[in-house]
Ligand binder design. Structure first.
Ligand SMILES: [Zn+2]
Length: 377
């Protein structure tokens, strides 16, 4: 058989397809390697979520649970980051706590990457960067910039309609992979429901008194730069918002809507004894009005389209040329957390909690995030 032009073209196209698949496949699979988090001086033990719910062992839903325990007895508080892996101020705040905080009184439990599966892929058609790189005095630390939902390779296919358990609430099918619609979870449920069940088990078995879940939202969303509270957290949230406002940190306040189900500050408040709060900062890379979408936007949060949108009154936060850099958003979360713990301790003196060495908004504004990250492992 003579090899003609058609055969040569077919072989060339096939080879090209194999090369492209290898390059993109390697890039895709590189997201499966977990981020390195360096336990700081305050970490007293590290457990895995599967120790609370063994069915998660070896799965993409398993994730590290860090304990920082003080020498004096007190309350047990927890912090959740990475429920949504494309909201970096949440998980970066949790990582800075793990790498820096020292607890004096009580116990602190931190889950920096609640939805590990969400970190293994990027949201389709959003042009998100795969990673964000942060310079530290010791070298660059690289972190995955993931997706709002779990990876379809870990749960597929999505149903037409996602029916929340146990409320029966109906949501669009892809919300079945959204961890923050899956609480309280169930052991034989969807991927997200199983992770949610594991996290609820942590709160129950460790007798957590106060849980705070850290999030971000686009500047055009109304629930932003805000603290949300379960009914039992109303008093703390109100006092914290007032104190932050007095310090010129503008923050809104919202009660968890009783009929909107699946969220941490609704279901973990209803199904565990913990007081549950949720916080949001302004993240332009998630928004519909953004321009160029790259690592710069993820880190600096500056966008000319949002400046214009704010001028036209289309955003729920002020947005000038300074934008909302990640260090400011992380600083807001950490300063608010410190305030939450102080107010909680004032109201519950038998369960007081005191932690030190957590970077504040002013420190992060001045020194940046990298200053507070440990040397690359
Ligand atoms: Zn979120």
């Amino acid at each position: 058989m003579q090899v003609g032009l058609k055969q040569i073209t077919a072989i060339a196209v096939l080879c090209l397809a194999v090369i492209v698949s290898m390059v993109t496949g390697r890039s895709f699979m590189s997201m499966w390697e977990r981020d390195k988090i360096v336990p700081g001086p305050g970490v007293t033990k590290i457990k895995m979520l599967s120790e609370y719910f063994p069915a998660l062992e070896g799965s993409a839903g398993d994730t590290a649970v860090y304990f920082l325990e003080g020498s004096e007895p007190g309350g047990t508080v927890s912090v959740m980051g990475g429920t949504h892996a494309d909201e970096p101020s949440g998980w970066m705040s949790a990582i800075l706590i793990v790498e820096n905080a020292v607890v004096k009184k009580g116990r602190l439990i931190v889950v920096p990457q609640c939805n590990q599966s969400g970190f293994t892929h990027s949201y389709p058609q959003e042009a998100y960067p795969q990673r964000i790189d942060i310079a530290t005095p010791h070298g660059v630390r690289s972190f995955r910039f993931g997706s709002r939902t779990a990876n379809p390779i870990h749960f597929w296919p999505d149903p037409e309609v996602y029916v929340h358990y146990p409320s029966g609430q109906n949501l669009s099918g892809d919300e079945v992979r959204n961890l923050n619609r899956a609480y309280p979870g169930r052991p034989l449920g969807s991927f997200a429901e199983r992770v949610a069940f594991g996290i609820k088990a942590v709160l129950l078995s460790e007798k957590v008194d106060l849980n705070v879940d850290l999030h971000e939202a686009p500047p055009e969303y109304p629930f932003i730069n805000a603290i949300g509270a379960h009914e039992r957290g109303k008093e703390i949230a109100t006092l914290v918002a007032m104190e932050l406002q007095a310090e010129k940190i503008s923050i809104g306040l919202e009660l968890s809507p009783p009929r909107f189900h699946g969220l941490t500050y609704r279901e973990l408040g209803d199904f565990t004894p913990a007081i549950c709060l949720l916080m949001e900062t302004a993240n332009p890379i998630q928004g519909r009005l953004r321009g160029v979408t790259d690592q710069e936007l993820a880190l600096q949060g500056q966008d000319d389209f949002y400046v214009q949108a704010a001028r036209l009154g289309r955003t729920f936060v002020p947005f000038d040329l300074n934008g909302w850099p990640l260090r400011i958003r992380v600083g807001r979360h950490l300063s608010a957390l410190l305030k939450i713990w102080t107010v909680f301790s004032d109201l519950n003196q038998d369960k007081a909690f005191v932690a030190e060495n957590i970077p504040s908004l002013d420190e992060l504004r001045e020194k940046g995030i990298g200053y507070f990250l440990k040397a690359p492992p």
